[in-house]
Design a protein around this ligand. Structure first.
Ligand SMILES: [Zn+2]
Length: 385
């Protein structure tokens, strides 16, 4: 399994300049590759592979983009194209990879980790070694040690104006946790999570506060004239606010996930697919679902690290079906308590759902079980957002 470690970078002024030029220049290259991909398709009806693209753009990095980055750009585009066709095949509504604008382009990917390779965290000097075009040796704050075998790295420029390095490490397979209880988790509208043992975890108050700030910041942008400096300044503030919210959510999700992974050996969760999320028009639900899927990704990663099994079940009727007698009890979103007219069972709506999820996920697990694994691959990407 893979885990991403993030460290803040402290480039000096010259290095900062190099990094920013490289970021801008690599975005330009990516867009040129996309252009080439499209025109090649128009002429021949076939797509260039990642390999073809890397070959055609070899040596075109100029003074700011190292060759390793040119290769990762080709891979990035190749992956985006494949993802597009994969999702299209599944019948999802998706657009072809787009040209990247500056605010959608925040990272420089380096391919191989190791001494004398593209990127290396030097334990002797405490510096991050990167290609010369990116500043050679970057000061880095190692607030925690790396674990496992480092594979690749991304340099990310975030909305707070700071640079970070994300290092993806291979931690190997963890032995399965054998003893421990099982639990079912449900996403709540009023709660963040409800579990089958009857506990509910609230959304922290800071979320609402920062959302208020965000809305205010967005109104500020809307008021200001397009293309003006004041508007640009306001959107930078909004981006910062977004980042802050994302960090608060991530921090909260990490803490909750840690608690469940430490306490249990088996966790049943709802399988909320993206297409379900998009179909849902109810705003509060949509937001809850979005934070739920972010939480689930973190949970799956932590669980895998600890050998805890996570099983997903389809969300059909989990909140409607009575846990005691199995009858369907219809209720709207505003009804917070499940009261069964058939058997008289009374339970918090979300706890009830969590119990159903636990039962369904245990029923789903054969001797081999179906471990959730595909979130692991997407982990580096999800961390970049
Ligand atoms: Zn009942």
């Amino acid at each position: 399994m893979y885990k991403t470690f993030e460290y803040r970078l402290y480039p000096n002024r010259a290095q900062r300049g190099l990094l920013l030029s490289s970021l801008a220049q690599s975005r330009r290259l990516y867009n040129e590759m996309l252009e080439e991909l499209k025109s090649h398709y128009d002429q021949t009806g076939t797509f260039l592979s990642g390999y073809d693209l890397a070959y055609r753009f070899k040596g075109r990095g100029g003074e700011h983009v190292p060759q390793t980055v040119v290769q990762t750009l080709a891979n990035r585009l190749d992956k985006a194209r494949k993802r597009f066709f994969h999702r299209k095949e599944l019948g999802q509504k998706v657009g072809f990879p787009r040209f990247k604008s500056a605010n959608r382009w925040r990272s420089i990917q380096l391919r191989q980790y190791g001494l004398g390779r593209d990127v290396f965290l030097d334990p002797d000097t405490g510096r991050l070694r990167v290609p010369k075009k990116l500043g050679s040796r970057l000061k880095v704050k190692l607030h925690r040690p790396l674990e496992g075998t480092p594979k690749t790295a991304h340099l990310v420029y975030r909305a707070d104006g700071h640079w970070y390095v994300l290092i993806v490490c291979d931690l190997g397979e963890a032995p399965e946790k054998r003893d421990g209880a099982a639990v079912g988790l449900d996403v709540g509208l009023t709660h963040f999570v409800a579990d089958s043992d009857g506990n509910t975890i609230e959304n922290p108050r800071c979320f609402r506060k920062s959302h208020k700030k965000l809305r205010r910041a967005q109104r500020k942008i809307a008021r200001r004239k397009k293309g003006s400096n004041r508007r640009r300044k306001a959107s930078r503030q909004t981006a910062k606010q977004h980042l802050k919210i994302a960090r608060q959510r991530k921090d909260h999700a990490h803490k909750i996930a840690r608690r469940y992974v430490d306490q249990y050996a088996f966790i049943g969760v709802e399988d909320l697919r993206v297409e379900n999320l998009l179909k849902n028009r109810h705003l509060a639900r949509a937001i809850a679902d979005a934070s739920w899927s972010a939480f689930k990704n973190i949970l799956v990663l932590k669980a895998e690290e600890a050998g805890v099994r996570v099983v997903e079940v389809p969300p059909r009727f989990t909140s409607q079906r009575c846990f005691e007698c199995g009858e369907i009890v219809q209720k709207s979103l505003s009804v917070r308590v499940h009261v069964c007219p058939h058997c008289g069972y009374v339970e918090d709506r979300d706890v009830q759902a969590a119990k159903n999820i636990l039962r369904a996920s245990l029923a789903r697990t054969g001797p081999s079980g179906d471990k959730v694994g595909d979130c692991v691959e997407s982990s580096p990407r999800s961390c970049l957002l």
